[in-house]
Design a protein around this ligand. Structure first.
Ligand code: GDP
Ligand code: MN
Length: 396
């Protein structure tokens, strides 16, 4: 028996309302979608704006004469401040030395080791000796560590220079820059002058240090079992490292056993924050520890894993055919082969290498603006990739 007309109408309307509501429920997520990738910020406020102090105890301090320069039983460990530098950069090197001596090394008196591909001048030696009580060594880089390797085809190099200069790769045509990056990547720690040295602090000419540091930084690395300390984390120009990640993947395919069980491969492969960089660098985020500042344990670079990785990269030729920097090479190796909990952010060491800063909120600092990342153009703030490191690793 058919329903009355009014009942049929009511049923039809109810059905329509039901379908309409189901439709709304399924449509709902679209309205609360996250902003498109690339615009997601991992933080809205730089953590350096928050007050911070020293890293955790134990911290070794000056007591009596325990760090005096000539004390044969000093508390210093096997470590050195280290700089590759040219004679022409003397004034800029003195600037860096004065800052680091004032804020830290006049207390701890760690030796300086200067490296150069040429003989240091007497003036360089005299004037650098005048700004520290600590011992200084002046070393020449062995020819076989500096020369362009025999397997590099110079015609191909020149062609690559033309192509990548066109793509705005900085320093592409400067052969010595390629040699410097290669040496810093895989050879510095093989220098005979460092044979008995385990920890190093890399210092470049023309950098600034802003904060008093009152503990033995090298001893801290050792006591806390740290492999590497960084200060600034930035994106690289992807055109300079196009095949670095693909070559790395080839290496990993044959050497998976070298990967650390607690690695930071997600940090290396992030494509959320700057998808364009990841795409151009063929899977590498390009985020790296800025290696003009490094405090490290050379055992890591001297490990079999790293040596084999460096040899693989060296044979592939990208130190010349592209412009692989020591910063991405070191960072990728650390991200893969090191335990990420052994990598430390030295937030307390106020620092500047043009155009970036690390400036903590700490009464021990002066001469920099708290929390400021750059004093260059505003777009440079985008180059800060610390949010990625903090997301995939930690702020420790
Ligand atoms: P940037 O920081 O990437 O612009 O590169 P720099 O010009 O500062 O070079 C990095 C480091 O390597 C600095 O400590 C330089 O003094 C050093 N360096 C670069 N090229 C040479 C070179 O040909 N000879 C020597 N002795 N040192 C170099
Ligand atoms: Mn520099």
């Amino acid at each position: 028996m058919a329903l009355p007309k009014s009942m049929r109408l009511l049923a039809a309307v109810t059905l329509c309302i039901f379908f309409y509501m189901v439709l709304q429920i399924y449509k709902a997520p679209a309205a609360i979608e996250r902003p498109s990738s690339g615009k997601i910020k991992e933080w809205t406020r730089d953590p350096q704006l928050d007050p911070s102090g020293e890293p955790p105890e134990p911290l070794r301090r000056v007591e009596g004469d325990n760090y005096e320069p000539n004390n044969p039983n000093s508390a210093r460990i096997n470590a050195t401040l280290l700089a590759l530098v040219r004679n022409e950069e003397l004034e800029d090197m003195l600037q860096s030395m004065r800052d680091l001596e004032r804020t830290w090394n006049h207390k701890f008196n760690y030796p300086w080791t200067f490296f150069n591909d040429k003989e240091f001048t007497e003036e360089f030696k005299k004037r650098t000796r005048a700004v520290t009580k600590a011992e200084i060594r002046y070393e020449i880089v062995p020819k076989e560590h500096w020369e362009i390797p025999s397997w590099i085809n110079m015609d191909l190099f020149q062609e690559s220079v033309a192509v990548l200069t066109e793509q705005d790769v900085q320093y592409m045509s400067k052969i010595s820059y390629h040699q410097m990056c290669r040496w810093n990547s895989g050879l510095f720690f093989k220098h005979p002058a460092l044979a008995n040295t385990r920890y190093y602090w890399r210092v470049e000419p023309k950098v600034h240090f802003f904060c008093d540091v009152d503990y033995d930084v090298f001893r801290w690395m050792q006591d806390h079992n740290k492999t590497y300390g960084f200060n600034i984390n930035i994106y690289d120009s992807p055109q300079s490292v196009t095949t670095l990640w693909p070559e790395t993947r080839k290496f990993i395919a044959d050497h998976a056993h070298y990967l650390s069980p607690n690695n930071a491969i997600e940090w290396l492969q992030d494509k959320e924050q700057r998808p364009g960089h990841n795409a151009k660098a063929n899977g590498y985020s390009t985020c790296h520890f800025w290696s003009n500042f490094e405090i490290g344990d050379m055992e890591f670079w001297r490990s079999r894993a790293y040596q084999e990785y460096f040899d693989h990269l060296d044979r592939a030729g990208g130190f010349f055919y592209e412009r692989w920097g020591d910063a991405p090479v070191h960072s990728i190796a650390l991200g893969l082969f090191a335990d990420k909990s052994k990598i430390h952010w030295f937030r307390d060491i106020g620092y500047q290498h043009i155009p970036f800063f690390n400036c903590p909120n700490n009464p021990k600092c002066s001469g920099c603006v708290t929390g400021r990342f750059t004093d260059g153009e505003a777009w440079l703030n985008q180059e800060d990739c610390r949010p990625l490191w903090f997301k995939y690793a930690s702020k420790d």
